[in-house]
Design a protein around this ligand. Sequence first.
Ligand code: TZP
Ligand code: MG
Length: 217
Amino acid sequence: MNSIMQGFPYKLYLVIGEEYCHGRDLFWVAEEAVKGGVDLVQLREKHKSTAEFTLIAQKLKRLLDSYNIPLIINDNLNVAMAIGATGIHVGNSDTPPSEIKRLWPECQLLGYSIESVEQLDNREIQFADHLGISPVFSTPTKTDTITQWGIQGIGLIHSLTDKPLIAIGRMSASNAYDVINAGAHCIAVVSAICSAENPKQAAIEIKNEIMKAYAQK
Ligand code: TZP
Ligand code: MG
């Protein structure tokens, strides 16, 4: 195993928001997922005020701190800084990574979504700590996407960068093994956990597939 993979120990990444929990308690879903093996969590709230986002983030951070699991905030630097999150995740049309590192030097995990082949030449990539392969497969959870990278796309990005790679977009226990084998370091999941009847069991099953792939690396 190379040093980058040791430096980025996260393998199953839950992306959660109230709208994805279908009326169930977000904190319950997150806690069950962590008990099932999720080792990194992102709070993604696209339709809430900064005040509401901050309140949920604070409460989620308290819960995750008790399990020693880092919290990443999607796209909102004010929320991330206000709650002392571990990091932030941004896309190509959000605050650029260079700007985030300048405004928030304490940021420990800066994720940046790679959404097109053209973006692979963007100098902003160097400021990111890890990259999102976004999406691997098209998904109803996020429809404003450009490229579907597919399994081949994971291999392409892996051949061009040493950064840890997070695969997102219709990830599940059925494709986690192939996705890790293709070069992703970590699987990020919304629906396969947030919509599962038993989020803990869903996390266990995805994590098992990830670990099976790692065991053969
Ligand atoms: N970014 C790229 S795809 C996606 C995000 C936030 C949504 C992934 O959701 P799901 O339900 O796991 O396919
Ligand atoms: Mg964004």
